[in-house]
Design a protein around this ligand. Structure first.
Ligand code: GLA
Length: 732
C-alpha cells in the first residue's frame, strides 16, 4: 500500500517506488512533518529535536514545557496563529479583523486513486477513472479550529511509480459567521538541516525560464507573480537541491504548482537553520470571504524527490506531466508538423496568401497550416478587433469553410489562433458590453498591447465568448487552436457580484471552465497554450493544452537556454518550437537551418516562415528535416530527456532523448562559442546501458557505453559559428 498509517501513534507514511514522506500528530494535536526523502521504513520521530529556545513561544497545554515550540518544529500546514514566526501557508481574518487560527488534528481517511479538485486541474493516475490506477492513493487529514469553526482537509495524492506526491487543501467554514482567507497556499516542505541550493526559473517576455541556482541563506527568498498569470517572470516551481548536487548526484526536491494564475513561492532559512519552502496562490490581491457552509480549494502542488540528482527529478516531473496531467487524444499521438502564419506574414495576409502558404508548406512536408492573429473582426493590427470572434470574410475573400476546404484539398490540416480572454476598446464587443472588461470605475485602465482583460470571473462573460469561439469552430474543419493571452492583468475589478478579493482566483476558474468545455466538446481538437510565448507555461494549462508555445523568441541559440530551463519541470512534448527565418526577428542572429531545426525538433516542431522566400536548396533541406523528425518523433516525444550541458555557462548546448528500453539515444549538440585553436568539448552521454555498445547509425562507428558516459563524445572541430550535430545511437 502506498499509504501506511500507525493508528496508535497517528503516524502517516506515504511511500512511492523510491521515496517516503512521513508526518505525525503530536500529543497536542499538531500535525508535524517528519521526513521526506529516500524510501525508508520506521518512525523518523528522532529527527525532531526539542530544546528550550528563548523567545519561541509554547502552546498553552504544554504547561510550562519550554522545549516545545511551533516556532521551530517542522510542520505540514503552517498557519498564522500558533507561535510560528516563519512564513506560513494560511492566514485567516475573522469578522472583527483579528488574524488568528489554531488548527488541530481531527480525523483522516484514505481513498483509492488520486483526488480531483472542483474546477481546478489535478494529477490523475487513470484518466478515465480517478478512483483507480497503478496503486495510487489519496490521504485526507482533517484539521479543525473549534473557535473559528474552520476545517481544513489536507489532501495528499501518492503516485507511486513516478515518485510523485500531490498536495492541496480544502478550507471549509462550518460555523455561522464568515471569515476571510488572506493567504491560502498549497504546500509546505520543512527541512530541519541541510546545505541546499534553491533552483528557480526567472525571465521576461522572449526570454523565459532562465535557471537560477543560489545557496539558501538566512532570510526569505520570494518568487511569484501578481500578473494574473503564472508569468514570463517566474515559473511557479521551486527545486531545493543539495549544494553539491549535479544532474546525477545528490538529494533533489521539487515542487510545482498546477495553476495558471498568480502565485507565490517562498524559501526561508530561519534562526535555527531550518529551511521552509512554501508554494501556492499569491496573497497580495487575495481576500477571499468564506460564509457559512462555503469552502475554498487551493490549487494542487506537485512534488517529487530524487536521491540521484536533478536528471531523475526532472524525468519524474516530465513523465508526470506527459502521462498524468496532459489529457485526451493528443496526449500520446505524434503532433502534426505545422506551418504558422505569424512570422511568415504577421497581420498582412488574405485568403490567397494563406493558400499560397499552404501549398508551400505541403511541398516542404508540413502537415498543418495555422492561421495566426488577424482573421477576425477588424483585426488588421494590434489596436482593434479583439473580442469580435467573427470571421473577416472580406479579408479572406471567402467564407472560412471554403478556405479550410481549399487547404484540406491541398492535403493539410487547418488551425486558428484565438485570444478569448481579451477585448480591445475598439471592438463591437466592448462597445456593447464595456462592463465585461476589468476596469476600475472612475479610473483610466492600464493598457497592455492596447487591450483590456475580459472578466472571466463572470459566468455570463465566459459563456458568451465560449459561444462565439465555438461558432467559429463549428463552421469549418478546424483541427487545432492556439489559445493566446497577451498582457498581464492589472486593475483587478469585477462589475459582477463577487467581492474584489475573489476575482483573480475566480477568473482562473472561469478560464479553466472554458478550456474544460472545449476539451469535452471538441475531443479531437489539438489545443496549444500561449501567452506571448511562455507567459503561462505551467502544469495547470498543460491539463487542458498538451503543448504550449515555449517563447515568442524563435532564435535557436536563445531557445537552447529557454528549453533547457523548461526541461527541469516539463516534457519535450509540451514545448512548442518552430524554425523561423533568419536574421531572427527577435535577436537579429543568423543561425544555420540545420541548427534551427535541431532546436525546434527538440519540441513539437514546425515552421514559422514564408516558404516562397526559401531557395531550392533550403527547401530540400527542410524536406529532409521533416523526414528526420518523423523518424525520431516517438523517441523525441516519449523518450527520457537528459540535459548534457548548461547552455548558460558552457560552450555547447547538449541534450539527449533516450528510449526507456535503453535501445536508442538521440543526441544533439549546438556550439555556442567559437574560438581560435578551440579546446575540445566532450559530451558525456547519460542513461546508456552499462557494459554495452552503441552504434552511431550514420557513420556505423560502435562505441562502448561506459566510455561515452564516463569520458564522452568529442565534439567535431568544424569551423563556423553555431554549428550543430546530431547522433542517433542504437544498442548493439
Ligand atoms: C503572441 C504569440 C505569437 C503570436 C502573436 C499574435 O505574441 O505568442 O506567437 O500569435 O501573439 O498576435
Amino acid at each position: 500500500m502506498s499509504i501506511q498509517i500507525r493508528e496508535e501513534t497517528l503516524l502517516f507514511t506515504l511511500n512511492t517506488k523510491r521515496t517516503s514522506y512521513q508526518m505525525h500528530v503530536d500529543r497536542y494535536g499538531y500535525l508535524l512533518h517528519q521526513y521526506y526523502g529516500r524510501k525508508t521504513e520506521g518512525d523518523m520521530h528522532f529527527l525532531l529535536t526539542f530544546r528550550d529556545r528563548g523567545f519561541s513561544g509554547n502552546p498553552y497545554e504544554a504547561e510550562g514545557d519550554r522545549t516545545y515550540s511551533m516556532d521551530y518544529l517542522p510542520q505540514e500546514f503552517p498557519y498564522l496563529g500558533n507561535g510560528d514566526y516563519r512564513r506560513v501557508l494560511l492566514k485567516v481574518a475573522d469578522e472583527s479583523g483579528t488574524i488568528d487560527c489554531d488548527l488541530r488534528y481531527d480525523s483522516y481517511r484514505v481513498e483509492d486513486g488520486l483526488f480531483s479538485i472542483p474546477g481546478l486541474p489535478a494529477v490523475y493516475a487513470d484518466e478515465t477513472n480517478r478512483k483507480t490506477g497503478e496503486g495510487a492513493q489519496t490521504l485526507i487529514i482533517t484539521l479543525k479550529d473549534d473557535l473559528l469553526k474552520l476545517e481544513a482537509d489536507l489532501y495528499y495524492g501518492v503516485l507511486p511509480k513516478l515518485d510523485i506526491i500531490t498536495r492541496a487543501a480544502c478550507i471549509r467554514n462550518c460555523g455561522e459567521t464568515s471569515f476571510t482567507l488572506e493567504k491560502a497556499q498549497s504546500a509546505c516542505l520543512d527541512f530541519v538541516t541541510g546545505d541546499y541550493d534553491a533552483v528557480t526559473f526567472y525571465g521576461r517576455h522572449c526570454m523565459e525560464r532562465n535557471m537560477q541556482r543560489c545557496n539558501v541563506g538566512h532570510g526569505t527568498m520570494t518568487i511569484g507573480s501578481t500578473r494574473g498569470t503564472s508569468s514570463h517572470q517566474y515559473n511557479p516551481s521551486i527545486l531545493l537541491v543539495d549544494h553539491m548536487a549535479t544532474e546525477d548526484y545528490g538529494n533533489c526536491y521539487g515542487m510545482s504548482l498546477a495553476y495558471s494564475g498568480g502565485f507565490k513561492g517562498e524559501i526561508e532559512k530561519d534562526q535555527y537553520n531550518n529551511i521552509r519552502v512554501l508554494l501556492g496562490l499569491h496573497d497580495e490581491l487575495l481576500a477571499y470571504p468564506l460564509g457559512a457552509g462555503q469552502e475554498f480549494w487551493t490549487p494542487e502542488a506537485v512534488m517529487s524527490y530524487s536521491s540521484k540528482g536533478m536528471a531523475r527529478l526532472s524525468q519524474n516531473f516530465q513523465r508526470c506531466v506527459r502521462m498524468h496531467i496532459c489529457r485526451g487524444k493528443w496526449r500520446d499521438l505524434p503532433r502534426p508538423v505545422v506551418l504558422n502564419s505569424w512570422e511568415a506574414c504577421y497581420f498582412d495576409f488574405d485568403g490567397d496568401k494563406l493558400v499560397d502558404l499552404a501549398r508551400g508548406a505541403k511541398d516542404l512536408g508540413a502537415e498543418m497550416l495555422v492561421m495566426d492573429d488577424g482573421w477576425f473582426g477588424e483585426r488588421n493590427d494590434d489596436y482593434r478587433g479583439l473580442g469580435d470572434w467573427s470571421v473577416n470574410e472580406k479579408k479572406l475573400g471567402r467564407p472560412l469553410k471554403d478556405l479550410v476546404r481549399e487547404i484540406n484539398d491541398i492535403g493539410l490540416k487547418f488551425g486558428i489562433w484565438v485570444e478569448p480572454e481579451m477585448v480591445n476598446e475598439d471592438s463591437d464587443l466592448y462597445r456593447a458590453h464595456p462592463d465585461w472588461a476589468m476596469t476600475i470605475p472612475g479610473r483610466h485602465p492600464v493598457l497592455g498591447r492596447n487591450q483590456l482583460i475580459l472578466d472571466f470571473s463572470r459566468k455570463e462573460v465566459v459563456d458568451a465568448i465560449y459561444d462565439a469561439v465555438s461558432t467559429v469552430l463549428d463552421s469549418a474543419n478546424i483541427e487545432y487552436l492556439k489559445w493566446d493571452f497577451n498582457r498581464s492583468i492589472f486593475n483587478v475589478y469585477s462589475h459582477g457580484s463577487l467581492s474584489q478579493g475573489q476575482v483573480l482566483y475566480n477568473y482562473v476558474l472561469g478560464l479553466y471552465d472554458f478550456l474544460e468545455r472545449l476539451n469535452r466538446n471538441y475531443p479531437d481538437l489539438l489545443i496549444e497554450g500561449c501567452s506571448g510565448g511562455g507567459g503561462r507555461f505551467d502544469m495547470g494549462m498543460l491539463y487542458y493544452t498538451p503543448q504550449i508555445w515555449c517563447s515568442d523568441n524563435t532564435d535557436a541559440i536563445d531557445r537552447t537556454r529557454i528549453q533547457y530551463g523548461t526541461s527541469f519541470l516539463y516534457p519535450v512534448s509540451s514545448m512548442g518550437a518552430h524554425v523561423s527565418a533568419v536574421p531572427n526577428e527577435q535577436t537579429g542572429r543568423v543561425v544555420s537551418l540545420k541548427t534551427r531545426a535541431a532546436v525546434a525538433m527538440s519540441g513539437t516542431f514546425g515552421y514559422e516562415l514564408d516558404p516562397s522566400r526559401l531557395s531550392d536548396a533550403e527547401k530540400e533541406e527542410i524536406r529532409q528535416q521533416v523526414r528526420d523528425f518523423h523518424q525520431y518523433a516517438d523517441l523525441i516525444q516519449h523518450g527520457l530527456y537528459y540535459r548534457l550541458s548548461n547552455p548558460a555557462q558552457d560552450e555547447i548546448a547538449a541534450w539527449e532523448m533516450f528510449a526507456e528500453d535503453a535501445s536508442q539515444a538521440l543526441v544533439f549538440v549546438v556550439c555556442l562559442a567559437s574560438h581560435g585553436n578551440m579546446t575540445v568539448n566532450y559530451v558525456r552521454l547519460r542513461g546508456l546501458k552499462k557494459d554495452r555498445f552503441y552504434k552511431d547509425e550514420e557513420s556505423g562507428t560502435v562505441y562502448p557505453a561506459n566510455a561515452l558516459m564516463q569520458i564522452g563524445l568529442p565534439v567535431p572541430a568544424e569551423m563556423g559559428e553555431y554549428n550543430s550535430y546530431r547522433w542517433h545511437f542504437t544498442i548493439v
